[in-house]
Design a binder for this molecule. Sequence first.
Ligand code: FNR
Length: 185
Amino acid sequence: STLHVVTLLGSLRKGSYNAAIARALPALAPQGVRISALRSIAEFPHYDADVQATGFPPAVTAMAEAIRAADGVIIVTPEYNYSVPGVLKNALDWLSRLSPQPFAGKPVAIQTASPGMIGGARAQYHLRQSLVFLDAQVLNKPEVMVGQVAGKVSAETLELTDQATRDFIAGQLAAFATFARRWKA
Ligand code: FNR
């Protein structure tokens, strides 16, 4: 049966390189895998337990529902100051307060991209740490860290044009499909 995977994007900016990576994924997925984008986390308010006490924001409950319904999640995000962007951490903090907790037992893959050399590697390990508390099933390898991404995305079309990167990402998607199917009923 078809594996349904959703992407969660950690950048809000229009020209985002990470968004370019995320947009490339449906075409790089193996047969039998459908990849679609979750809505932007831009609508999430700052996490506040007092706000939570008045009811979860609709953007949060809607995303949690989409994650619960998916067979896997691919988090595509920049690295900010050697860590996870605050907006993404904030989104995970909100989602983590729901019951049932949407990431519990959920297969997750991580991809990062940066104009820098090491492609956001340090953010990946901070993200993994939070995903331990969320009890997600995180794919270990292959790790996708796209360094020097500015030369790999078309400045005009914001498409991921670098073939070696496309091939490497396709390899992770194939590995993730095998991994995620293990948890699919
Ligand atoms: C950055 N950037 C960055 N890059 C990196 O490789 N390691 C880092 O620690 C940081 N830190 C950082 C902090 C802040 C606050 C900003 C705004 C940026 C650069 C970052 O990789 C670059 O802006 C990317 O283009 C962001 O990803 P998107 O928005 O293009 O997807």
